[in-house]
Design a protein around this ligand. Structure first.
Ligand code: PAN
Ligand code: ZN
Length: 190
């Protein structure tokens, strides 16, 4: 029987170490200059930009139609490092369609998943290998690599969700930050 829109079933290989999906339809690279506003320590940002604008993370996607009913599968490879005392992190976003959630499965490394709502609730969920984290509808989400190897995770979310980065930037970033203090990762107020 044909599917609802003719899209055929498929299988892809996921490399848990490198984080690549093979074959992938799109690979996106995000550098510090794509999100320099997000880090608090402006001198550290300038130094890192002058020092070659580091790659912060890469996203591999298996594209499907951006339509209700489809699920998009992708991996993120978030490199280890810090800008000042703040760990490398993703830009973070709300889904444009606020009523859509997401599932993250950690494949390598360790980190924190920072989440918050427009009503002011916040959460920080641990990410570790073989652990699943859930992003409920309406929660903005950002991942932070608190380890010293790449944080690799697989995400699955409704393909029509869309990404709203502007709401985060407008709000002045996330309400919480994750910083390196006395040798460990600490969640602090913005
Ligand atoms: C993830 C993220 C990915 C990169 O696939 O898009 O980790 O983070 P930013 O999109 O915030 O740069 C996801 O949550 N998709 O919806
Ligand atoms: Zn998302």
């Amino acid at each position: 029987m044909p599917g609802v829109d003719g899209h055929r079933p498929w299988m892809r290989a996921v490399d848990f170490h490198s984080g690549s999906i093979r074959p992938h339809d799109r690979r996106t690279v995000r550098r510090l200059s794509d999100m320099a506003w997000a880090y608090r320590d402006r001198d550290a940002v300038r130094r890192a930009l002058d020092g070659g604008d580091p790659v912060m993370y890469e996203i591999y996607e298996a594209l499907v139609p951006e339509q209700e009913g489809h699920l998009l599968t992708c991996t993120t490879v978030l490199h280890p490092g810090r800008i000042g005392d703040e760990y490398f992190m993703t830009k973070g976003h709300y889904h444009a369609l606020r009523e859509t959630g997401e599932v993250y499965l950690t494949l390598r490394g360790e980190g924190l998943l920072l989440m918050e709502t427009e009503q002011g609730e916040t959460a920080a969920v641990k990410m570790g290998v073989r652990e699943v984290a859930y992003v409920p509808p309406g929660w903005a989400h950002r991942t932070v690599n608190t380890g010293d190897e790449p944080l690799v995770f697989l995400a699955v979310y409704p393909a029509h969700a869309g990404h709203d980065y502007a709401a985060i930037e407008r709000a002045g970033g996330f309400r919480k930050r994750v910083v390196h203090r006395d040798g460990k990762a600490v969640v602090v107020d913005r």
